[in-house]
Design a protein around this ligand. Structure first.
Ligand code: ATP
Ligand code: MG
Length: 430
């Protein structure tokens, strides 16, 4: 007999024999009547065992079960308006596939609230909670929608190395590792490699992969290992890739709305789909807004507080454009007529930054100069610079934090909620 998921049991099964497999979510004993709630990945189904209608063997076996054990149950479906889903199963056979120890490390039913730390310590149990599982079903849909969208727009997926010899942008945000006789690092971003793929002639590439940042401070928006959605595109400027980005974000929201109705319901949220095009404000305007409530001036990077103030003022997704060249990475293209400003942008959710991007410098002399201006040694970047000496098109791209996209979409208050096994200053296991 074929196994049915809880969500598949319906009118057609009434009076018929089915097999369900899953975890014992709840057990209740009313003397002559014993109930089990079986949870599988699609939802829950009730198993009802009246003493008079099931075998003595089955009735006794139920008594000895433990919550969260994995079972296989066959029985006859009966319509029951009071049961979850409107049907119950009267069991004729119960097989225990794996017995769960008790007490449980974490209450899966959510009857007892648990701190995030406790939940992450027993993440496999935490993930059994439908509400938590929903986040990762949706995250899957987000990545699928990204791939679909980019592929339809002519991008191919690439994979670049995560063990590297040089920091992408220099600085302290790096994890050194020992690599045989040499020192190496975990890559902060696929930036240099995806640009080299423009020299290779692919024209449109994307990568969904890990980035490593040695952020020292514990915040609710930073991880030490995050997932970045990166694109790079040739014969394009910053405006072109901003359009791709905003269209992609809207597409992702729509796909989630369309395919994840049930999971949104488990989470108890309704999606608000953003409207493209997103408003664009200049860095100068952003500073002006923030300076009403904060000590900040032209040339400063935006603080968390200023991001919040500006976000409240704009109230929807928006871009910040025309940044001071000096506070953006060396590979960012300055405006020809006003080189103090550059063709960089940040995509913002009202609550935080989602993505950074820019048109890149493709003139190798200028690139060398910018590297040196920022106090870095061009010799360390020779593997990168050489790709600019034999013909490279003008190009642009961006990097979008996958966890931040999921976090803002689902209104999660901590980025750790959007990763299976977060890595932060305190947490290296599980
Ligand atoms: P922030 O200023 O918020 O720390 P950033 O400007 O340093 O971010 P970028 O180098 O621009 O980050 O990286 C591009 C995107 O990657 C960011 O907009 C963000 O969505 C994501 N990202 C970067 N660092 C992290 C991190 N430590 N944890 C989670 N996501 C990150
Ligand atoms: Mg940024």
């Amino acid at each position: 007999m074929k196994r049915k998921y809880s969500g598949e049991i319906g009118k057609n099964d009434n009076g018929k024999e089915v097999v369900v497999k899953g975890w014992i979510h709840e057990m209740r004993d009313l003397g002559g009547l014993r109930f089990l709630i079986i949870r599988d990945r699609e939802g829950k189904v009730q198993v009802t065992a009246p003493r008079k209608k099931v075998t003595k063997e089955v009735f006794e076996l139920i008594k000895g079960l433990s919550r969260e054990s994995v079972v296989e149950i066959s029985g006859v479906v009966k319509e029951e308006p009071k049961a979850p889903g409107g049907f119950e199963i009267i069991p004729d056979k119960i097989k225990v596939l794996s017995r769960a120890s008790s007490p449980l490390l974490l209450e899966v039913t959510e009857k007892v609230p648990a701190e995030l730390d406790t939940r992450l310590d027993s993440r496999f149990l935490d993930l059994r909670r439908p509400r938590i599982q929903a986040i990762f079903r949706i995250r899957h849909q987000v990545q699928k929608a990204v791939r679909d969208f980019l592929e339809r727009n002519g991008f191919i997926e690439i994979n670049t190395p995560k063990i590297v010899a040089t920091a992408t942008e220099g600085g302290a945000a790096l994890f050194p590792i020992s690599y045989f006789e040499k020192e190496a690092f975990l890559n902060q971003s696929p930036q240099l490699y995806k640009q080299m793929m423009m020299a290779a002639g692919f024209e449109r590439v994307y990568e969904i992969g890990p980035i490593f940042r040695a952020e020292e401070h514990n915040t609710t928006r930073h991880l030490n290992e995050a997932t970045s959605i990166d694109i790079e595109m040739s014969f394009a400027n910053h405006e072109d890739v901003m359009k791709i980005l905003e269209k992609m974000v809207v597409h992702v929201y729509r796909q989630v709305e369309q395919h994840c109705e049930r999971y949104l319901e488990w989470l108890g949220i309704t999606l608000e789909i953003p409207d493209a095009p997103f408003p664009r404000i200049t860095y100068e305007e952003a500073i002006e807004i923030a300076s009403k409530e904060e000590e900040i001036e032209w040339g400063d990077d935006l603080t968390t507080k200023s991001e919040r103030i500006i976000g409240e003022t704009i109230g929807e997704h928006y871009f910040i454009v025309d940044w001071p060249t000096e506070i953006k990475p060396y590979y960012t293209m300055p405006y020809e007529n006003k080189p103090d400003l550059c063709k960089a942008f940040d995509l913002m959710h009202p609550k935080l930054e989602l993505a950074s991007g820019a048109q890149r410098i493709h003139d190798v002399q200028l690139l060398e100069k910018r590297i040196a201006d920022q106090g870095l040694s061009p010799e360390n970047f020779e593997f990168y610079l050489t790709a600019f000496r034999y013909g490279i098109p003008p190009h642009a791209g961006w990097g979008l934090g996958c966890e931040r996209l999921v976090m803002t979409m689902l209104d999660l208050n901590n980025i750790r909620e959007a990763v299976l096994f977060p890595r932060d200053r305190q947490r290296l296991t599980p």
